[in-house]
Design a protein around this ligand. Structure first.
Ligand code: HEM
Length: 361
């Protein structure tokens, strides 16, 4: 309610605009040097900086903060590993695979960075003699204002944990979706041409996308929906526990059972989708089906009260990155026989990283 409303996000879109310029400059530099772009890595770095600028007005992917990036990456890898202790609770204490030990280490490092950044901001606010900032529009200032206004019971410790949650939940998911979208576009040249044509006619060839352009790009929106259908970044959502026994479609779910919602399978269900395995954004043109939790056939962000709170920011970041990358460059795969296999984890990554080169600007 306080940090991801359209009003708040409109107010800090400048912070993200700058990061898209950096992304395009990075690709151009590599393109001039004839180097290949690793989309997973590039998208991860850009998403992290888009997030850190929205939250702190600063880059967290820079040579001085390499540790933060490695920490976010490390936590995602560890929580996504199949953990024996989840299946045999008696083994929990032993932490046989060392997952808990490594995660404690990563979390400690992440909290150190967050503590430092929160302290710095508090000092700055004191030095400027105002406890409530009206100037800065980033998430940290909004949260610190809430503490000072005492409108919600909340302190800096809550802020630290909330921010850690946002970085862990928001970065990998967004960058993986971008990598899959690009992989599908490079796999389906006709779709890519249509998306490029729409951008050329609406935004102008070579221009970066603005957040206000998104509403005028229905085909790009359909490309993103189709990517979510086939490649939901969190394939089983977050596990739930039945608070009481319930019968669903003549199956009894006992009280306390752990429940997984297989969004990945719903997206490929022949009873719901025509030709479910082909990438056809056209299926969404003229259709009201959206990913905002109202249409249960497409719930990559979940649904109901625990729906992803970062959805409004996630889709802005995705459209900005995807639209700008295909509007500013023509792309060619490094290896024409691209592999579309998936790698198992809490999020589904491409097993083989997507690598491509630009062929013209
Ligand atoms: C394409 C990008 C994203 C996808 C596909 C995605 C998907 C999801 C899903 C499926 C859930 C679990 C919902 C459920 O089980 O019902 C979730 C939870 C969450 N997401 Fe996202 N997400 C994305 C981006 C983001 C971003 C950018 C942020 C924040 C900046 C974010 C923050 C969160 C948080 C904090 C939760 C946990 C909410 C809770 O405690 O229940 N996500 N997300």
């Amino acid at each position: 309610m306080h940090i991801f409303t359209n009003q708040k996000l409109d107010a800090n879109q400048d912070l993200r605009r700058k990061k898209i310029k950096d992304l395009l400059a990075y690709v151009e530099e590599n393109c001039s040097a004839g180097k290949t772009i690793d989309f997973g890595q590039t998208a991860f770095n850009t998403s992290l900086n888009l997030l850190s600028n929205t939250i702190f007005s600063m880059d967290l992917v820079d040579p001085n903060e390499r540790e933060f990036k490695d920490t976010v990456w490390g936590i995602m890898e560890e929580v996504g590993k199949p953990n024996l202790s989840d299946h045999f609770p008696l083994l929990k204490m032993l932490d046989l695979q060392g997952i808990r030990r490594r995660n404690t280490l990563y979390s400690g490092k992440m909290f150190e960075v967050l503590d430092r950044l929160i302290d710095q901001r508090l000092k700055q606010r004191q030095e400027h003699g105002c406890s409530i900032s009206t100037e800065s529009k980033d998430t940290l200032d909004t949260l610190l204002n809430i503490i000072q206004e005492k409108s919600v019971e909340f302190d800096t410790k809550h802020i630290k944990h909330l921010l850690a949650d946002l970085f862990i939940a928001g970065n990998d998911t967004t960058s993986i979706t971008l990598e899959w979208a690009m992989a599908e576009l490079l796999h389906n040249p006709k779709v890519l041409s249509k998306a490029k044509l729409e951008l050329k006619q609406t935004v102008g060839k070579g221009s970066p996308i603005d957040e206000s352009d998104i509403a005028r790009l229905p085909y790009l929106q359909a490309v993103v929906k189709e990517t979510f259908r086939l490649h939901p970044a969190v394939p089983l959502l977050i596990p739930r526990k039945a608070s009481e026994g319930v019968e669903i479609a003549s199956v009894t779910v006992p009280k306390g059972a752990q429940v997984f919602v297989n969004v990945w399978a719903i997206g490929r269900d022949e009873n719901i989708w025509d030709n479910p395995h082909s990438f056809k954004p056209e299926r969404f043109l003229g259709s009201d089906v959206d990913f905002k939790g109202q249409n249960f056939e497409l719930i990559p962000f979940g649904a109901g009260r625990r729906i992803c709170p970062g959805l409004p920011l996630a889709i802005r970041m995705l459209y900005l990155m995807l639209g700008s990358l295909i509007n500013s460059f023509d792309w060619k795969l490094e290896d024409e026989s691209m592999d579309m296999k998936e790698k198992f984890g809490l999020t589904i990554q491409k097993a083989k990283p997507l690598r491509a080169v630009t062929i013209a600007i």
